[in-house]
Design a binder for this molecule. Sequence first.
Ligand code: KIV
Ligand code: ZN
Length: 567
Amino acid sequence: MLNKGCKKYIPFSPVSLPDRTWPDKVITKAPIWCSVDLRDGNQALIDPMNLEEKLLFFKTLVEIGFKEIEIGFPSASETEYEICRALIERNLIPDDVTIQVLVQCRPHLIQKTFEAIDGAKNVIVHFYNSTSTLQRKVVFKTDMQGVIDIAVEGAKLVRELTEKEIARTGANIRYEYSPESFSGTEIDNAVLICEKVLETLGATPENKVILNLPNTVEMSTPNHHADQIEYFCRNLKHRDCAIISLHPHNDRGTGTAATELGILAGAERVEGTLFGNGERTGNADIMNVAMNMFSQGVDPGLDFSDLRRIREIYEKCTRMTVPPRYPYAGDLVFTAFSGSHQDAISKGVKYMQDSDSPYWEVPYLPIDPADVGRKYEPIIRINSQSGKGGAAFVMQQSFGYELPKAMHPEFGAMVKHACDEAGRELKPQEIFDIFRREYLEIKYPYNLKQYKLYEENEAESDNTVVHFEGNLRFRHEDHQISGRGNGPIDAFFNALRTIGITDYQFVSYSEHAVGAGADSKALSYIQLRDKDGKTVFGAGMDGNISLASIKGIICAINRASGEQKKQ
Ligand code: KIV
Ligand code: ZN
């Protein structure tokens, strides 16, 4: 049996917390954000960033608004050390930004880390050791006391070196401790080791220590992670001496959810990366969590208004790619192909224009694409799944052509047919070309070669009468025609009657300007009904508004004749 293999996995044992409170809470304020792109993200890259790439990434993180940035693991390699030195020596760290450096609880590495941060104004020294049941068993082969001893010894040295450094330079150095693999550690052991570290570091409510609780390998549903966080917050003796930080990974694909529920459960700080880069399936994506808050009316305190550019820099520096369906940042996330979605979106966009609503009320689009710099790309894209209104929406959005509603099914069907034939999506220009070919360029079998329109006041009635005179070619023969009426359309219809064109009844007309200034033209849409009651549409464009309508009528008659393609 195929699924027998699953029996080798040990199910996660959730913390018992029947009186949990987090499910009734909502996120009303942003946590403290800490980017770990340059450390956790970087260490997971096939080709880690070079110095220039790290500096560019750091600058971008600062521009986004991060105030805490883990820049690396300076004791781990010469490259990491050099990057830390470059940031400090080149004065690239703004005064309101704190750099964070990671180090294991090992004395020589801690020493080296303090050498690396020499001269920095604001630093978080982040030290960690692994505490999980599994790692104690298979990696360290030690009991919990052994792991506590490592953490306490590490904390003692970090404190000693920090106090010396503060006395020497006056730097602002804070502490962060991570019981690595927190979520795989018996919860009371996690609380215990963190209490020992707080005591050793001399944490106070004024000098809080960051306790970072990594979901190093995501092992449970996000609700169980939230229970772990709430349990930890409730049971930590000196809760007021700690800032509780999350560090979710994404092994189950629920890093964002685990972060959000962890915040509800009492965490005040979040470590993560942009676009979720990081070990294996990555870290929690801070952009995703922040934009989720933004979409709920909560200011995340980070600026993703130029997400396209941020994504470009990310892709350039990490050589990773953001998939097309990636929340907020993917190429396709503000795109609707399906007809019913397109219809609802175009109604929503119109509602926004007409109602002046202060809120974003467009179905199928959770946020305004403009808020992440996606102002100029088409929301509605056309393939064979698209509906009748989609092509009209593209004509309106991309070219300013306001096709009347009655015309949408006819034009939509033409575009759908073209999509089916092409077997792919049609670009806005291709849709426009269909419109041009099928309406504006139709000049057969009727073609107006010359015309004159003038007005006359009838003396006896004082009414204004419009006269049309023109040369209308039918197939290859020219006809001189003339007619009068109460307007140009009426006059032209009367002129057509003189050569026996009587089969068409005028139904409706609409027009608008296309372009601006001296180049502006009138575009008219004409709906006629033929003698069998069938509706036919035409469109005409001209600098002269009356001629645009007349061209529209000729277009409709040509299309009704079925001869237009024989030209
Ligand atoms: O995922 C993790 O546990 C880490 C720690 C070093 C904080 O990255
Ligand atoms: Zn991590």
